[in-house]
Design a protein around this ligand. Structure first.
Ligand code: ASP
Length: 397
């Protein structure tokens, strides 16, 4: 109770402060980022590389999750039908809300805002990204007449970045307050109830961060020091871990990428907002694990085709899921369906896991945003938009 009344408001205040910055940051940084590229064609190359890298990292993630889940058997001997009726009802409502965004086609259509001002006002991230990119392209196409607008967005993005850095001064306190609250409310029961699922997720996510992002991408592909990458994103990881939301972490991710990793504004401002909504490797790992968990608990034998379909749907759902707490779990039914688990049964699985989801969500969100940052470094380096002296330096902002 003490943690709820005394500590939680500090954490909440911190979360509100960073959420306050999301829309102003995307709408200024992204426009400034696009205009800084100077040529709309570069945007195509950047976009293709970014999406390519996002798919590659998610491919590794899904397979890692399935590998770890097959090895550790997190669902063996679990009886998930024990969730209470009240819990099941509340989860059912949440699943419906999560599904309300419609099918995958509908979700893609909604990226195009019919009213951009409304998108800004309601904090819709993808439509805001879409419109901001177009504004940037419009400025480039208009040429010299648009210089005042261009300068405005450049200056505005600088202003919002300063505010972000001010808010970041509070990060240690905010993270501490949120962590105290999580520890006090989540308890340690998870270790008994969901131990193997949690251990599998933490292990697979840890491997994804260290091996795929650190060793493969930063070390082998980019020939940069892994230690500096991990140090550079530590703040963002702390905020991701304590908020369990990629969206809320976005301002911090952008600030870390620019100020600690030396990624140019044009890259950080475009690659990271996109990544926060479509690149969710921790979520992809988790969805694969949940499928294996349910199959093992119900004794379904999985064929190679099942594995393939799980990998495919986990990837798609991770792309479609929003960067908010528990989004991944609430959309798990799509993945469970391909191994033959019906809607009613998947509500039971989800309701069984839901009470413990926060601790799992924290780790997958850390993975989600670490992947975005690694891809931002890669894309930045490839088009000469990564300042290696900043990346390699020991000073952090
Ligand atoms: N909470 C995660 C995120 O914001 C999404 C998920 O539930 O997996 O990145």
């Amino acid at each position: 109770a003490v943690a709820n009344t005394a500590v939680k408001p500090f954490g909440d205040a911190f979360v509100r402060l960073i959420k306050m910055l999301i829309i102003p940051l995307i709408s200024t940084t992204l426009v400034a980022g696009v205009t800084a590229m100077g040529d709309p064609k570069k945007l195509g190359t950047l976009g293709a590389r970014t999406i390519g890298m996002y798919l590659v990292t998610t491919f590794f993630a899904v397979n890692l999750g399935l590998l770890v889940g097959t090895f550790f058997q997190p669902g063996a001997g679990v009886d998930y039908e024990t969730a209470g009726a009240a819990a099941i009802d509340s989860v059912r409502g949440k699943i419906e809300t999560a599904d309300a965004a419609g099918g995958i086609v509908e979700r893609f259509l909604q990226i195009i805002p019919t009213n951009p001002i409304e998108s800004l006002a309601s904090g819709a991230v993808l439509p805001t990204i879409f419109f901001a990119i177009l504004i940037g392209i419009g400025i480039l196409l208009a040429g010299a007449v648009a210089d005042p607008v261009k300068n405005f967005f450049e200056a505005a993005s600088e202003v919002v970045m300063r505010i972000t850095m001010l808010v970041m001064e509070l990060a240690p306190y905010g993270v501490l307050a949120l962590m105290t609250w999580v520890m006090a409310t989540q308890g340690i029961e998870i270790l008994w109830n969901m131990g193997k699922l949690a251990a599998s997720l933490y292990l697979a996510c840890g491997l994804q961060i260290i091996l795929v992002y650190g060793f493969l991408i930063i070390g082998c592909l980019l020939k940069l020091p892994v230690k500096q990458y991990l140090r550079g994103i530590a703040d963002a990881q702390g905020v991701a871990f304590s908020t369990a939301s990629s969206n809320a972490t976005l301002p911090v991710s952008i600030s870390c990428a620019e100020n600690n990793l030396g990624v140019d504004k044009s890259v950080a401002g475009s690659v990271l907002p996109l990544g926060a909504t479509i690149n969710m490797d921790g979520t992809a790992i988790y969805l694969g694990l949940i499928a294996l968990f349910a199959a093992q608990a119900t004794g379904i034998d999985l064929t190679a085709m099942h594995y393939f379909m799980v990998a495919l749907t986990a990837t798609l759902v991770s792309i479609g899921a929003a960067g908010i707490p528990s989004a991944g779990l609430l959309l798990a039914a799509t993945v469970l369906e391909v191994i033959g688990i019906g809607p009613e049964q998947s509500v039971l699985v989800i309701a069984f896991i839901f009470p413990f989801d926060r601790l799992l969500d924290m780790m997958r969100t850390v993975t989600n945003i670490s992947g975005d940052a690694a891809v931002a470094c890669a894309v930045g380096k490839w088009d000469g938009n990564l300042d290696e002296s900043v990346f390699r330096s020991d000073t952090e902002v």
